[in-house]
Unconditional design. Sequence first.
Length: 260
Amino acid sequence: MTDISLPVLMDQVEQIALKAGEAIMAIYSREFTIEEKEDKSPLTEADKAANSIIVAGLEALPVSIPVLTEEAVEAFDGADDNGRYWLVDPLDGTKEFIKRNGEFTVNIALIEQGRPVLGVVYAPALDITYLGAEGVGAFKAEGKNERQPIEVAVHAGDTAWRIVGSRSHASQDTLDWLKPLGEYELVPMGSSLKICLVAEGAADLYPRLGPTCLWDTGAAHAVVNAAGGAIETPEGEVLGYANTAETLNPWFVVYGGSRP
């Protein structure tokens, strides 16, 4: 980044995410309408409200960077000349939102040359924010408390692996992947919070052998990278974001400080 510092940008993006979270919670506290998108996934008023706030906030920043958001994929014309774009999921975990279990997030990532260099993940019902930026570090803030640095955990060889998994998705392929680990403990969680649990050392691994999209992972990927972890395909390729024509991610595994 030559035209703006990542720490400054992280602060600005955090404020945008918090504002979007306020709008989501205003809708969460009352009855709300649910629509069905073309892919049969649910869409709520909260998705739309948060998306409008985030896009307006990013477009008002002093640095002009294109925005790719889940709610307006067709409006995206590609990255800028520096290979940069914003990658946004205004409400990840819509099913969790509808179930009212609190495990949903606002996700804003800055992609540069296919890498997530900055990410903010805000869980408004929990009032927890995860932040990370390349060369800056990874942090967690609870409520109005100051940010605390976070880092991935190293697995102790004589203990069970802590595996974070989905509340809304289950995959036989994932269960098959886990078998060689031997003893493991499943930590259920929804949305991009699964990746953040690995980033803060509350889980060791998150295998996702099922469908996700770029915007589901971008922000939390930046956080886990900055915390010392990684996201790779089962074949060992780093999960990338350069090809926006293909919005589906391959299968991937989120690694903390240890690998099986």
